[in-house]
Design a protein around this ligand. Structure first.
Ligand code: ZN
Length: 184
């Protein structure tokens, strides 16, 4: 992964509960997503963390399994607790992708990760890939770039906006661009 990605800047965007998006940037240190995110959490948010990410891709490019663990100590965690977790993570780190593919459910993975460390589940939530972008948001963005730029797009006859988070494409035809021009 590091060979393909190289080094650069890592931008981490968080959608806050009030709807705002907070983006922090740090220089990448390794090119491995998990290591760079841990570095970000430590330097930008001062939270020591361990992150395990794994994805198993089959020869036909279909994903056989993917899993991730983000582990952060709560106040009161002892040095011994942290060391016990670190030992477990060390044993799982290289095999996480295979394990994600083989495991039937998250509990099985969690038990493998925690080993003999006592633990219980506080909450379960479904995870899904989603984005807050929409045609109406993209329209607002176009309105905000100004009358002259919209006039340029109208002379091109069409425009297309691409969301940088999810890669969704939003085409705008001439009629839509004229309406946007009217709102500038
Ligand atoms: Zn999007």
């Amino acid at each position: 992964m590091a060979t393909a990605v190289g080094l650069g800047e890592l931008a981490v965007s968080r959608s806050l509960q009030n709807g705002e998006v907070y983006t922090g940037m740090v220089p990448m240190v390794s090119g491995e997503v998990a290591e760079d995110l841990v570095h970000y959490l430590l330097t930008s948010e001062q939270i020591p963390s361990a992150l395990l990410l794994g994805v198993m891709v089959e020869k036909d490019y279909h994903v056989a399994g993917a899993a991730g663990f983000l582990i952060q100590p709560l106040p009161g965690a002892t040095e011994g607790d942290i060391q016990a977790i670190e030992t477990q993570i060390g044993q799982l780190r290289t095999g996480i992708s295979e394990l994600a593919a083989q495991s039937q459910n998250m509990d099985e993975l969690l038990n493998r990760l925690m080993g003999l460390i006592p633990h219980h589940v506080l909450e379960r939530r479904a995870v899904k890939f989603s984005c807050t972008c929409s045609k109406s948001r993209m329209t607002d963005t176009l309105v905000s770039i100004g009358e002259k730029e919209i006039a340029d797009l109208i002379s091109d006859g069409k425009a297309e906006l691409v969301c940088h988070f999810c890669n969704e494409h939003y085409p705008f035809d001439l009629e839509e661009l004229k309406q946007i021009h009217g709102r500038c």
